[in-house]
Design a protein around this ligand. Structure first.
Ligand code: FEO
Length: 389
């Protein structure tokens, strides 16, 4: 995509990655993504904020054809999808200084083998002038690396936020224009990488409160031209509020665990509790991460394989433990063949979750009435706990 003008002297010069379907060899990207880069031409100095994934360096440099001078390469975050094309950009503009946070300097040297003497670090709230425009750097750590910061341009009321407040979505649209699909992509992105750092996110949102801006320009996804939408969503996602919702990730090998899952699902629904089921054999784990952003309860449904949980369930449980959803309650259900230790083996795997374990319903073979009653009792207990939220 060609470069797009945002304001006088400010251009979007990044690339759209329509075909990418996986990030970090883990996270599904059903809508692709973009690597946004912003060219800012001040009356005295020219700067670029973030670059693009090195796979797209050639296209990126074509986007910058005609650019005669570059004073600053600003990197708000060191991960390679934003910093990876810095070496190629430096080949074209060898005199450009790299601007980053102090913690980013070491990361850029280690990951990209950049010359430390080319790197100038910014203090929290330090400002650089481009002449008629300026950029103030504000540390926003742990979104989702320790070195991250945002850049605020008061003259044009723009906040450049990199990963923070971004969305994985390739689009021809420069702005979100209130599209709910972009907000959903942002929730997916939050759930996948920001959620483990909720308290830091809340602190970072507070730091933005005194700033006057009407555009948020992230380095993934469209620019938010209704910033209040994404800010309000982040406030909610990062808060302690949970919804009257149960998420059930499960696997079933011969249908017995699925029968228990479906029975519990119906019993919960009859008690006014929303349920989202995820058959882990086929599910998009990004959708699971999104559901976990605000669920009050997680029920893990697993058959027993060699007395432990099914390996695909174990994988999902490890993921849930890593992304630290704010769920308050958890339970385990499932069928086994001849013996089981799934509870003993799963609970140590969720040590990051601050949940009250409401119990386990396990059954040899197909669930019969004593087990079905246990599932009804579990549904009743969950519904009661949710009423007290
Ligand atoms: Fe988009 Fe953390 O990189």
């Amino acid at each position: 995509m060609k470069t797009r003008k945002i304001r006088d002297g400010i251009y979007s010069v990044g690339v759209q990655d329509w075909g990418r379907r996986l990030f970090d060899s883990l996270i599904p990207l059903p809508d692709g993504t973009s690597y946004n880069s912003y060219l800012i031409q001040g009356s005295e100095k020219t700067a670029i904020i973030d670059t693009v994934d090195p796979e797209f360096a050639e296209t990126y440099l074509e986007n910058l054809e005609g650019l005669k001078k570059l004073d600053y390469i600003i990197t708000l975050h060191s991960e390679q999808d934003h910093s990876g094309s810095i070496p190629m950009l430096l080949e074209r503009f060898p005199n450009a200084a790299i601007i980053c946070s102090p913690k980013a300097k070491d990361l850029l040297v280690e990951h990209l083998l950049l010359d430390p003497d080319k790197i100038r670090t910014m203090e929290d709230n330090e400002t650089i002038s481009l002449g008629n425009k300026s950029l103030r750097f504000i540390y926003t750590p742990w979104v989702h690396w320790p070195e991250t910061m945002v850049a605020y341009m008061k003259e044009e009321r723009i906040l450049f936020s990199c990963d923070f407040l971004g969305s994985h979505a390739a689009s021809t649209e420069l702005y979100d224009n209130g599209d709910p699909a972009i907000l959903e992509a942002a929730k997916r992105y939050y759930g996948e990488i920001m959620m483990p750092f909720r308290s830091m996110i809340r602190g970072n949102l507070k730091k933005l409160q005194g700033l006057d801006f009407d555009l948020i320009a992230p380095s993934h996804g469209p620019i938010w031209n209704h910033p209040e939408t994404i800010l309000a969503a982040y406030e909610d996602w990062a808060s302690d509020n949970v919804q009257n919702k149960v998420v059930i990730p499960f696997i079933s090998m011969h249908g017995s665990t699925a029968k228990m899952v479906n029975y519990l699902c119906d019993e919960l629904a009859q008690r006014g509790v929303k349920v989202e089921l995820f058959d882990l054999a086929v599910t998009d784990i990004g959708k699971l991460a999104m559901a976990l952003v605000d669920a009050a309860t997680i029920v893990i449904g697993t058959p027993t394989v060699h007395v432990g949980p099914h390996p695909i369930v174990a994988n999902a449980v490890m993921l849930a433990n890593a992304i630290k959803p704010k769920a308050r309650f958890a339970a385990v259900i499932g069928s086994y063949g001849w013996a089981t230790q799934v509870v003993e083996r799963i609970l140590p795997m969720v040590s990051n979750l601050k949940v009250e374990v409401l119990g386990a319903v396990l059954c040899k073979g197909v669930a019969k009435e004593p087990t079905l009653k246990e599932l009804r009792d579990l549904a009743e207990l969950i519904a009661t706990k949710h009423k007290d939220l």
